[in-house]
Design a protein around this ligand. Structure first.
Ligand SMILES: [Zn+2]
Length: 330
């Protein structure tokens, strides 16, 4: 399948074992629901329900708050009450409870249904939002394939110049932080580093039939994009033990007028998930962009959703960036 053939090698998964996790093959679009992605949407007036921390599940609450701020997901859930995926019914109730200020017990019920998910490798010292988002994607393929379009990479063999294209079924586009940068970096620099003229580790050229270095550029990026900034990396200690370490580099970005290679759209940030603290004592929160140019923050250690400053100002906590093309917003 394309997700795994897009392999680990080109994503540098050797350093990030969690990336090897394969995602399901997504079949051709169901025409009945494919239009969800192409409508124009409105933002929420305000984030919904405020969720309260218990059992150390901030990652769960932060993930659901982010997803509740995806406009096409809200419409999909409103229009499709039934799915063959066992988790769908409770997922739908949980998101709709958040949006509609319904009972928090609907969110807790969904938590009980995902008890099989144990966090992949807990690289943040606890379950990570990106790992949980990818888990949901694998569990709810019909729903997510209806709102997310695969992106396409163009690979060029540096030996024979043969060009090939690969679909990426990844929900999250991984953004690696270069090893030798200062204390600050711009999102633009990260995008250039990761998505323009990135050189992958050697992979098999379909023309030379040998392992060659490939130049990779993003050829198509959809109008809804979720970037994951990889703030944790794996390293080996002197005694050959594996350890994760966190990168708290500050990242600067605008929240609108963002351009990505492979798209002519201008993107706006409509949500972030943030990891604060260390790998030994960290906390996940979500920031959400709503109507009237207002940012809110959902932090389940506070008893209500609060107003937030705009993300992207020397931002040391952002991990997930949810972007939508301006043309999709009313
Ligand atoms: Zn070649």
């Amino acid at each position: 399948m394309s997700a795994s053939s897009l392999s680990s090698s080109s994503l540098g998964a050797k350093d990030h074992p969690s990336m090897i996790q394969a995602l399901p093959v997504l079949d051709t679009q169901d025409s009945a629901v494919s239009d969800v992605k192409t409508r124009r949407f409105t933002l929420l007036h305000k984030p919904g329900l405020s969720l309260t921390n218990s059992l150390n599940k901030c990652w769960f609450h932060a993930s659901l708050h982010l997803l509740a701020n995806v406009p096409m997901l809200r419409e999909y859930l409103a229009e499709y009450p039934v799915s063959s995926a066992p988790l769908y019914k409770d997922f739908r109730k949980a998101i709709q409870a958040i949006i509609g200020h319904l009972s928090p017990s609907l969110v807790s019920n969904f938590f009980e249904k995902i008890s099989a998910f144990n966090g992949v490798n807990n690289r943040y010292g606890q379950i990570a939002v990106p790992d949980f988002l990818e888990y949901l994607w694998t569990q709810l393929p019909d729903c997510f394939k209806s709102i997310w379009t695969p992106s396409i990479r163009k690979m060029q063999c540096l030996k024979c110049n043969w060009v090939s294209y690969k679909n990426s079924q990844d929900m999250l586009l991984k953004v690696y932080i270069p090893t030798h940068i200062g204390k600050n970096v711009s999102l633009k620099d990260l995008i250039d580093y990761n998505f323009i003229n990135a050189h992958s580790e050697p992979s098999l050229c379909g023309h030379c039939h040998v392992n060659t270095n490939q130049k990779t550029v993003w050829d198509f990026i959809p109008n809804l994009v979720c970037l994951e900034i990889l703030r944790v990396t794996e390293r080996k200690t002197k005694s050959k033990q594996l350890r994760w370490s966190k990168n708290n580099v500050s990242i600067s970005f605008p929240t609108s007028g963002i351009h990505l290679p492979g798209s002519s759209s201008s993107f706006r940030v409509i949500g972030t998930c943030d990891h604060r603290g260390t790998l030994y004592g960290g906390h996940w929160v979500t920031r959400m962009y709503c109507k009237s140019n207002t940012w809110y923050e959902a932090d389940d250690l506070k008893n209500r959703v609060t107003l937030a400053s705009t993300p992207g100002v020397k931002d040391t906590s952002v991990v997930i960036l949810l972007l939508i093309a301006d043309t999709l917003l009313k």
